[in-house]
Design a protein around this ligand. Structure first.
Ligand code: DP6
Length: 324
């Protein structure tokens, strides 16, 4: 029987999907309709603590008491530890992000992954990373890919109970990242919080079935191809698949019965600039999650030039993906 610690702490980096997750085949267990693949946003980190509370369950996000929606995600994670350990005492969760939240920056991914790690320490459960990934998945799908750093593959899985749907680094992940010397550049531009959350935006009933099924087939194909490209260290191919994958996601989202748009007006200009950089020989490919922030996949060597060429759009942040 595990015993809880006085305080549990967890840290996790956000992640950016190169092959996107968009839709659940099981909305209770958070089982995806396709596999997905991401790289860590190493500069965007959440730190979370869990400790006993005399005041009922409570959650603070960046020092502010959280709303019910944010509560639900966190409590789906805590609930699993309570079920595992039988410990029902009230707890206080404090989570800090060192980056802006709810702008398509997967703050829930790093936050819930950090919470899962903190709870693993607090409850003394000592679960292996793939089990933590399964727990984090049920807080927020993309959190499954933030338990570990690396080229993270979230398996779609086949089982109904979700036992085979977790994320893990691909084989030789660290060596591949070292060889490719990859980096991300994120361009932070001001915006209000997005109006349609990913959870709502990805509901299958939002989309004409044939269009959604076509996206599933294409996403599955993109995943297979990008895995090959990583193992062959073929950066231009990785970049091309990344860019087309995000564009197809946004086309799908715009083809919803009630179209949703996460892009902001400056996005086409940023994408045009990235294309021009590529034409001039720089390795640079764009991707966007369900938000307006553009992230550029590039190399460490090119990242400084790429960042400086985008400074007129917003604050640029370089993420070195060779860091462990
Ligand atoms: C566009 O993981 O935030 O970033 O599972 O409902 O919490 P829930 O959704 P979430 O969706 C992320 C969608 C995405 C693509 C991706 O990260 O793969």
């Amino acid at each position: 029987m595990s015993r809880h610690q006085n305080i549990g702490t967890g840290r996790a980096a956000a992640n950016m999907a190169l092959i996107k997750y968009w839709g659940k085949r099981d909305t209770q267990l958070y089982l995806p309709t396709t596999g997905s693949l991401s790289l860590p946003l190493t500069q965007f980190v959440s730190t979370t603590t869990c400790e006993a509370s005399d005041d009922g369950d409570v959650l603070y996000l960046n020092g502010v008491k959280a709303t019910t929606g944010q509560h639900q995600k966190a409590w789906r994670v805590i609930q699993q530890f309570r079920a595992l350990t039988g410990q029902q005492n009230s707890i206080c969760v404090r989570s800090h992000n060192n980056f802006p939240t709810a702008q398509g920056l997967a703050s829930s991914a790093s936050g819930l992954a950090a919470l899962t790690k903190a709870a693993n320490q607090y409850y003394g459960t000592k679960l292996a990373p793939h089990l933590l990934s399964m727990i984090a998945r049920q807080g927020s799908g993309s959190a499954a890919r933030s338990i570990e750093r690396g080229i993270m593959l979230w398996h779609k899985g086949r089982h109904r109970d979700g036992i085979d749907s977790y994320a893990e680094p691909i084989q030789n992940s660290h060596a591949i990242l070292q060889k490719l010397q990859l980096a991300f550049v994120t361009i932070l531009t001001p915006a209000t919080e997005k109006d349609v959350s990913s959870t709502v935006g990805m509901r299958l009933e939002n989309y004409p079935r044939s269009i959604y099924n076509k996206w599933v087939r294409q996403n599955t194909k993109d995943l297979k191809e990008i895995l090959e490209a990583f193992h062959q260290l073929d950066l231009p191919r990785i970049g091309d698949i990344t860019e087309r994958n995000f564009m197809r996601l946004h086309l799908l989202i715009e083809s919803a019965h009630k179209p949703i748009r996460y892009w902001k007006e400056d996005a086409p200009h940023i994408l045009g600039r990235i294309r021009a950089m590529r034409q001039s020989g720089l390795p640079a490919w764009a991707t966007m999650d369900a938000g307006h922030i553009v992230t550029i996949l590039t190399t460490r060597t090119a990242s400084i030039t790429v960042a400086s060429m985008c400074e007129d759009f917003g604050t640029t942040i370089i993420h070195d993906l060779t860091q462990k």
